[in-house]
Design a protein around this ligand. Sequence first.
Ligand code: 1CP
Length: 351
Amino acid sequence: MSELKNDCLMRSLLKKPASRTPVWMMRQAGRHLPEYRKLRRKAGDFMSLCRDPKLACEIAMQPLRRYELDAAILFSDILTIPDAMGLGLHFVEGEGPKFRKPLRTERDIKSLSVINSEDDLAYVLEAVSLIRKELDGSVPLIGFAGSPWTLAAYMIEGKSSRDFVLAKTWLYQHPEILHQLLQKLTLSLIDYLNAQIVSGAQVIQIFDTWGGILSDAAYEQFSLAYTREIITNLISRYEDREVPVVLFTKSGGNWLEEIAASGCNAIGLDWTVSLREARRRVGARVALQGNMDPTVLRSNPECIESEVRRILDSYGSGSGHVFNLGHGITPDIDPLHVSVFIEAVHRYSGA
Ligand code: 1CP
């Protein structure tokens, strides 16, 4: 297996000294790029892009051609797992993801089977190995999945939502049924993420986008307990290298100590927490990834540069910081502003 030419992401995730602060962006491949929108128009819909490994590989490479990023991320979606479980994922223009068969009854959950990634999600694994080949050791490839709770929330709701009330009502009314669903998702996710590692993913990120809508007690029982089980069962070394795990929990700032104890190597932070404070709380145990508000990218180059500097200062010196946004980049962002952002991280963080 080839050595990485740029290993600053791997080093920082493992809290080893790096030449500068690495940077990548959540949702870096996708709708803010005109070259992505062109391919999507041609393909007709988002899932056709995901299901075609050559197209998925091309899209994963697009942001790397424009920006000096320190990582590539697999082009796919967290909702391919519920799709593989038979829920019928489709995308309605302007409305986001929808399922034809959302989970409505106990029977729906009992009839779900744990997936076998090699059969059910072969197209994702093929995309992983193609991207890895195309990268040719330039930067590491990040594989990913949603957390069991975040996937369950979409599967019960049937679509995107601001508060996921149907899913949360289940949690209070039928906790034991929700636990059955979360257990099946956990087993599916262990299989899926390990298959991504074997296919070439060098870092794993788990997106718990909706963990932060849970009460303190529910978060531990219905989200973190399952994510911890996944992390414990992931391949931690593959082909002589460690495989770091990043756990991103949107609005998870209350639970940094608990998240740090989950076994992850790094915590993904949104912009509501202070990096300095987060480092004081858990920085000895884990690396920190984040946390610029993506809205900053709508402003102007001066504001972008001063936010970058503020965030770098807030972390302070020493290893263990990966620069990122506090959530995904939005489709309205001008790619020129992204270049300003990436260059500012390079300029102000060393080398
Ligand atoms: O062209 C289109 O209309 C599709 C837009 C799109 C894209 C580009 C969707 C639909 N998903 C993706 C790709 C994607 N999704 C990636 C790979 C690209 C990259 O990161 O560079 C990743 C990592 C995701 C992860 C994802 N999907 C999350 C977790 C991250 C987050 O933003 O919190 C979530 C919640 C989803 C669900 C989803 N898929 C797509 C949309 C628009 C959504 C969000 C729906 C919602 O807001 O509830």
